[in-house]
Structure formats: structure tokens, C-alpha cells
Write a protein that binds this ligand. Structure first.
Ligand code: NBG
Length: 833
């Protein structure tokens, strides 16, 4: 204690180069880091050198908070949240830390004094693309809120060497290139080689009796991989809390390399090293049917095992017994990717801590909670039984034991109901055998949640119905949220300043305070400023579009945007049908009155998802024709922004007028882009799906453009026999749009290119584009007209922002804390007391 406070005194009281925040000190510190860390002097330093020097300067200023936060959470007896996620998409860190530390102005000045441009240095940072889309970004928003709300927590994940691929567009087609986010150095992470855990894989088990006569199991692995953590600080906004994101890297452990070693097989041993490191080489894409890839299962198990061994180690160091494990740790499973945590914690408690099964099971259930993120049956994880047993021979035994005990209960509760037994079993035995990860997650957790009200209801009625019926008390909803720090303060300073000028800055940590601007919704002066801010953001977006695509867009046109992963259920092609319909109108009557629009798309298709890639081609094909056609006279522009990312999102959301959230009702679990757009003053055109429903509820139906079938109507229509061909034949506009695509008009006469897509719509249309088309067109016409009245539009835009309070991830996180984790905030005291 004494040592602590003396150290802290020196850092708090003396403004030294590592902690001081005056312009002069920052200036000196940056140059110092340039010299001593980068070993460069200004004349030869590159932009990256300056970025790294600045990043180190900022990191120095959070280290004290970071260490104190870690010390506090492991030494005080409070409960700790462990968020287990195979994906994180945090976006660039630098600017986020700068605003969290409230250092924007002095840093700006210090950088200016050095003759550099802060914005350019911020731009230099390559973001960690350690996720596919919404799920990974949600994990990052939650890490931000956990820190800002001062909740003791640890995020665990995988340090992929190659994150999500980069998307290039060549001849209108997506081409994937390798992400190399670490190649210029990562100033945020700290490797901790002295903390390491060994992870067993493959092999077999042996059952034996120990000296006390107790039946025990020994797992003799085929190989062992070492996990080394890399820690990244996650600072909170204007608080001392700085939490840790701990990402595991797989390495070979020479000490265990006995087979190759014994044979003197040096090269074999090197092969082993390569094989071990492969485990965390690359992120797997989602949006592809689960492929049953061994490496993917090994990846999941690897990070889960490292994380749980780490937790168990900490527990054994700081607690007297394991009986209270669940009072100290709350483990949240972000989807089923980390669900193997359930048998793994059983293994650690039963096999290694020698705990009785029943007692261990009780602890596991009280510790674990599971968030489901999708209803799409093809996205529910299941592992071929043989593969699972090969990789995890001990875990399959544990799963059988869990299953047997569980099915006994099901049998008692529902005697004679064999159908239910087979549906609820952790093992799918209806054909080829599989381990069902969602069933495992439900059985092993005390709480199961969906990510929006509709999604949770549908979970209860459909995919998890049997589990809901048996244990309704486990089920609860936690509507997603997003962090206003990154998606407003950081990405839209113009709007944030305007709001703060009127109502102060309390909204940044309490988003419901945005209600304060409702009072100005009709204020002419405020409206004018609102439009000015929006126009500047649109100009910034237009600059980005020009830079990335060479296309010049009209800033006064309606910016109509859909950015998200490309997927048939998200219906990017419904937006294309709208574009082609408008184009057809102009071709028929070049004088037709239409509201000038710029249609902007962005998003990646999974590399193996043929239809999604074809949708990208279609967007480009339509863009090429529409953008060149003199009859259009620039009233329509179509743009595809390549390589969508968090960084690009930060430029896109502020510049949007219209946010397209047009998934088939019942398919999008929540959506979070919908919230980011709305917070930045875009109006939404959307179906009653996912969180759209709640957004509409909050902003008011009159400020939301809703169209299309409800989830219930979708189910009914499918049950009663949906015939897309009929819709096509009875709607002339639709027919003409589809025919134009099918004819090869957009593909230089090639009428086979888009045939798979057109045929899919004509003969199946699983996602009901044709059913929703008339309603979507009608809605879009109203939108065009509304936009003509800028006063009305601006009022709607202001009210959208004013009423977005619910969608802060701070609100979501507080609900998780109070209703699932039972954890409390602890403010971090920097003086060490
Ligand atoms: C996605 C859903 C989105 C949701 C995010 C975050 C997966 C498996 N699911 O609708 O599709 O917003 O999760 O919850 O990535």
C-alpha cells in the first residue's frame, strides 16, 4: 500500500513527459517518443512514425489508469464480468482514447506545433478487423460502455494475425485480399509472454482410480498449443476506469514437442510450430453455412480454454475456495462461438479441481449466460460429432454426461414425448450426428437472451421454443445499443458540438438527455444549423466517395444509404429494384419529376457466398449504366464504397439522409447500423424487423418510414403458399425492373450473368422481395416528396436524434449488469487508496 501511494504521488503531482497534459509537455513527449521509441528524427520520420509516437504518448497517459483498474478488480472482492467473444471490431483506438482523456484540444495544438496534421495521423491507424460485422462491433461497443460505466470487466478473444479480408472491386466484382493489420506495428497491445496457458487438442482419455479410490479421467492429447495473451487497454469516457481486452495468440510450446524431438526430427518440430501458430492465423467469415472446419473448432476451444484457465488461475490466487466461483465471475458467451466454455469449465472444476459433478454443474450454470444473435437456421452452429470427438475427446464425454442428466429431466417433465427429447438433445441424431452448440449454451447457462424484443419473442416461439417452455425464467431480452462516444462524438463532431451548445454535454454519458433538443425541432435557426452540419458531413462523405471510387456526387441530392454485410435476407437487391424502377421512369419520361438521389452501398460478401457476390456485381452493373446515362442528368447516382469498415462507417453515418433497414421481417436479429444512422440524423426506411420496431416506437411512427409485411404476415404468407411469379406478372413496374436486369441491359447484353439471381427471385424469392416491392415503392415515393420539404425533413431528423436515448450501449450494459450478471460499478481511485 505504502509503495503504491508513493509511486502514485510522483505521477500525479509532477507533470512529467509520460503523464503531463499541457501542450508543451505533449509536444515534448511526442518528439521524445519519436526519438526513443521510433529512433527517428523529424527530418526522416514518416507519417506512420508520427502516428506511432503520438499513440505511445497517449498510451502513456492511460497506463496509470489501466494498472490501477487491473489492481482494483483483482484485489477487491467485487464480481467481474468476462465477455467471451470470438470477434471484436473496435475500430481505430487513437482518437477514441484522446476524447476519453479529454485531450483533443491540447493534442491538436501539440501536433500542429510539430507541423503535422492530427486528422491525418488519426487516419494513419489501421483498424483491427477482428470480426465480420454486427456481432464483433457489438462486442466493441459493450467494451466501451463497460469501461465508461466503470464496470470491472475483462474482454477475451483471439488475436487473429489476419483479420477480415480487404475487399477490392475489380471489374465490378469483389476480390478478397489479405488483411495485414499488424504489419506497421500495433502500439496498443502489450504482449505478456510470462502469462501463458497450455491447451490440449486431440488424443484420447484414460479412466483410472486415484490413490483415494476416486474415479478420474486423464486426457492424453495428441498435441499441445501455448496461448500467449496480448492486452489492449479499453478506456472509459472521462473516467479513470481502463479495462483490458485480452486477445490470445497461439504459439508452439517447444517443451511439449516430445515426439519430433525424440526422433531428432528438427524439421518436423518446425512443422509443428507452424501448425500451432496457424490456430490464430485467420478470422473465419460468417454468413456462410457452417462448414465444420476443424481449425475453426480448434480456434474456438483454444481461446475459450486460455480464458477460462486464466480466470481459474486468478480465482485460485485471490479466493480461498472454488465454492463461490459464480459470485466472483460472470461469463457472457457472445453467441455460441465460445459455448465450449461450458464443458471446459466442467473439466477444469471436475478433472482438475476435483469437484463433485453436481456442485460443479451448479457453478457452471450460475456463471454462464448466453446471447443468441441469429434466427437463421443455417447460421446455428453444430459440429459433426466425429470431428468434435477427435478434437475434444474429453469434452465429448462431458457433453454426453450433461446430456444424459439433462434428458432425464426432460423425460420426467414430459413423459413419453420422444419428439421433444430428440429436439432438445445436445446431440442431433436425426441423420448425420452433430453436437448442437445452441442447445449446449441454453442448458449450461442461467440466462439466455436475444438482442431485440422481436428477436427474443421469436427465439421463444421458434428455434429455442422447447427450452423456453421448460425454463422460461432463463429467457430475457437485451436490446442492442451502440456507443455514442464513437458514433456521435468521434465521428460527428459537428453535430455533437451543435447539440452540446444547446443542452450541454451530459448526453454523452446519458443519452436520454438528448430529449433536450426536441424543444428546438421547429426552431428556424437551429434547423438551419442542423442542415449546415449535415451538409458538411455529406461533403466529407462525397470527398471520400470521390477518393475511393472516382465518382462525383451531388451533395444536395438525397443520400440514400445501405451499409452492412451483403446478404440475401438484408435485401440489398430490393434497393437495386427501386433504383432500376426510378431509372425506368426516367427512360420513359426524361422530364419525370423525381427527387435527386445518391444511392450508396457498402459491405462485404462472404468469400464463398455466390449470391451475395452476384448482388455486388449487380450494383456495379446498374451503377455503370445509370451513372453514365445522359437521360438521367445526374438525378440518380449509384455508388459502391469498397472495403466497408468501422473507419469508413464513421464517415458514412454522419452523411446519411436516409438509412435503409429493409431486411425481411423476422430475419434481422437486431441490427445496430440502424441505430448509428438514426443517431446521426438520418431517417429510416425500414421493415418491422429487429430493433427497427423499437426505434420506430421511440422516434414515433410519424418520423419513421415503415413498409412491408410483418414477421407474422411473412410466416402466414409462406404457410399459405407464396408465388413470386404471380407478383411479378401482376405488377408492371416490378416486371419491367426485373426484365431490364434479366435482358442483359446492365451487363452489355449478357443475359446469363444475373440469371441465377433473377431465377432465384422468380421461382423462390425466399426473402419476399416481390411481396414487399409495392409497399417499398410507395414508401420511397413518399420519402422523395418529404425530402422536398426541408423544414419537415429537418424536424423529423432532429426528433430522430432527440429520441435515440434508448439505443446507447450504456443502457444495454446496465441491463446486463442488473438483470444477468449482478455486478456493480467501482470507480477507480488513482491515488491507490
Ligand atoms: C448479428 C445479427 C444482427 C445483430 C448483431 C449483433 C450475427 C450472428 N448476428 O442483427 O445478424 O445486430 O448480430 O447482435 O452476426
Amino acid at each position: 500500500m505504502k509503495k503504491d501511494s508513493s509511486r502514485c504521488e510522483s505521477t500525479v503531482l509532477v507533470e512529467d513527459d509520460r503523464t503531463g497534459t499541457s501542450i508543451e509537455t505533449l509536444h515534448r513527449a511526442i518528439l521524445d517518443n519519436l526519438f526513443y521509441i521510433q529512433a527517428k528524427f523529424p527530418e526522416v520520420a514518416t507519417q506512420n512514425d508520427y502516428y506511432l509516437a503520438l499513440a505511445r504518448t497517449i498510451r502513456d497517459r492511460i497506463v496509470h489508469r489501466w494498472i490501477r483498474s487491473l489492481e482494483t478488480i483483482i484485489s477487491s472482492k467485487v464480481k467481474i464480468v468476462c465477455y467471451l467473444s470470438a470477434e471484436y471490431l473496435p475500430g481505430p483506438h487513437l482518437a477514441n482514447h484522446i476524447i476519453n482523456l479529454d485531450l483533443y484540444t491540447p493534442v491538436h495544438r501539440a501536433i500542429e506545433a510539430i507541423g503535422q496534421d492530427l486528422e491525418a495521423l488519426i487516419e494513419q491507424e489501421e483498424e483491427p478487423g477482428l470480426g465480420n460485422g454486427g456481432l464483433g462491433r457489438l462486442a466493441a461497443c459493450y467494451m466501451d460502455s463497460l469501461a465508461t460505466m466503470e464496470i470491472p470487466s475483462l474482454g477475451f478473444g483471439i488475436r487473429y494475425e489476419h483479420g477480415i479480408f480487404h475487399q477490392e472491386i475489380r471489374n465490378g466484382e469483389q476480390v478478397e485480399t489479405t488483411d495485414n493489420w499488424l504489419h506497421l506495428g500495433n502500439p496498443w497491445e502489450i504482449r505478456r509472454p510470462e502469462v501463458q496457458f497450455y491447451v490440449k487438442l486431440g488424443g484420447h482419455t484414460e479412466h483410472y482410480h486415484d490413490s483415494d479410490g476416486r474415479l478420474r479421467v486423464r486426457w492424453i492429447p495428441h498435441r499441445i498449443v501455448k496461448g500467449v495473451p496480448y492486452d489492449t487497454p479499453i478506456s472509459g469516457y472521462k473516467v479513470n476506469t481502463c479495462n483490458t481486452l485480452r486477445l490470445w495468440k497461439a504459439e508452439a510450446c517447444e517443451g511439449f514437442d516430445f515426439t519430433a524431438f525424440n526422433k531428432g526430427d528438427y524439421y518436423g518440430a518446425v512443422d509443428e510450430k507452424v501448425a500451432s501458430e496457424n490456430l490464430t492465423k485467420v478470422l473465419y467469415p460468417n454468413d456462410e453455412p457452417v462448414a465444420g472446419k476443424r481449425l475453426r473448432l480448434e480456434q474456438q476451444y483454444f481461446f475459450v480454454s486460455c480464458s477460462l484457465q486464466n480466470i481459474v488461475y486468478l480465482h485460485s490466487r485471490f479466493s480461498a475456495s472454488f465454492d463461490n466461483f459464480h459470485d466472483v465471475w460472470a461469463v457472457q458467451l457472445n453467441d455460441t462461438h465460445p459455448a465450449v466454455a461450458i464443458p471446459e469449465l466442467m473439466r477444469l472444476l471436475v478433472d482438475e479441481q476435483l469437484m463433485e459433478w453436481e456442485k460443479a454443474w451448479n457453478i457452471v450454470q450460475k456463471t454462464m449466460a448466453y446471447t443468441n444473435h441469429t434466427l437463421l437456421p443455417e447460421a446455428l452452429e453444430k459440429w459433426p460429432l466425429q470431428l468434435f470427438a477427435d478434437v475434444l475427446p474429453r469434452h465429448i464425454e462431458i457433453i454426453y454426461e450433461i446430456n444424459q442428466r439433462f434428458l432425464d429431466q426432460v423425460g420426467l417433465r414430459y413423459p413419453g414425448d420422444d419428439g421433444r427429447l430428440s429436439r432438445m438433445s445436445l446431440i442431433d441424431e436425426t441423420g448425420d450426428k452433430y453436437v448442437r452448440m445452441a442447445n449446449l449454451a441454453c442448458v449450461g447457462s442461467h440466462a439466455v437472451n436475444g438482442v431485440a424484443e422481436l428477436h427474443t419473442e421469436l427465439l421463444k416461439q421458434t428455434v429455442l421454443r422447447d427450452f423456453y417452455e421448460m425454463t422460461p425464467e432463463k429467457f430475457n431480452n437485451k436490446t442492442n445499443g451502440v456507443t455514442p462516444r464513437r458514433f456521435m462524438v468521434l465521428s460527428n463532431p459537428g453535430l455533437s458540438d451543435l447539440i452540446t451548445e444547446r443542452i450541454g454535454d451530459a448526453w454523452i454519458k446519458d443519452l436520454s438527455a438528448l430529449r433536450g433538443i426536441e424543444a428546438f425541432a421547429d426552431d428556424a435557426k437551429f434547423q438551419e444549423e442542423w442542415r449546415r452540419v449535415k451538409r458538411l458531413a455529406k461533403q466529407r462523405l462525397a470527398d471520400l466517395i470521390l477518393e475511393k471510387t472516382g465518382i462525383r456526387v451531388n451533395v444536395d441530392s438525397l443520400f440514400d444509404i445501405q451499409v452492412k454485410r451483403i446478404h440475401e435476407y438484408k435485401r440489398q437487391h430490393l434497393m437495386v429494384l427501386h433504383i432500376v424502377t426510378l431509372y425506368n421512369r426516367l427512360k420513359k419520361n426524361p422530364e419525370a419529376e423525381i427527387t435527386p438521389r445518391t444511392f450508396i452501398f457498402g459491405g462485404k460478401a462472404a468469400p464463398g457466398y455466390f449470391m451475395a457476390k452476384l448482388i455486388i456485381r449487380l450494383i456495379h452493373a446498374v451503377a455503370d449504366v445509370v451513372n453514365q446515362d445522359p437521360d438521367v442528368r445526374d438525378r440518380l447516382k449509384v455508388v459502391f464504397l469498397p472495403d466497408f469498415s468501422v473507419k469508413i462507417g464513421q464517415r458514412v453515418y454522419p452523411g446519411a439522409d436516409l438509412s435503409e433497414q429493409i431486411s425481411t421481417a423476422g430475419k434481422e436479429a437486431s441490427g445496430t447500423g440502424n441505430m448509428k444512422f438514426s443517431m446521426n440524423g438520418a431517417l429510416t426506411v425500414g421493415t418491422l424487423d429487429g430493433a427497427n420496431i423499437e426505434i420506430r416506437e421511440e422516434v414515433g411512427a410519424e418520423n419513421f418510414f415503415h413498409f412491408g409485411l410483418t414477421a407474422e404476415q411473412v410466416t402466414e404468407l409462406k404457410a399459405s403458399g407464396y408465388n413470386p411469379m404471380e407478383r411479378y406478372q401482376s405488377n408492371l413496374q416490378l416486371k419491367e425492373a426485373v426484365d431490364r436486369i434479366a435482358s442483359g441491359f446492365f451487363s452489355q447484353g449478357n443475359n446469363t450473368l444475373f440469371k441465377p439471381l433473377v431465377d432465384r427471385l422468380l421461382y423462390h424469392d425466399e426473402y419476399l422481395l416481390f411481396a414487399d416491392y409495392p409497399s417499398y415503392m410507395g414508401c420511397q415515393d413518399r420519402i422523395g416528396q418529404t425530402y422536398e420539404n426541408q423544414k419537415v425533413w429537418t424536424r423529423m431528423s432532429i426528433l430522430n436524434v432527440a429520441r435515440m436515448g434508448k439505443f446507447s450501449s450504456d443502457r444495454s450494459i446496465m441491463e446486463y449488469c442488473n438483470e444477468i450478471w449482478n455486478v456493480k460499478a467501482i470507480p477507480i481511485n488513482l491515488d491507490g487508496s
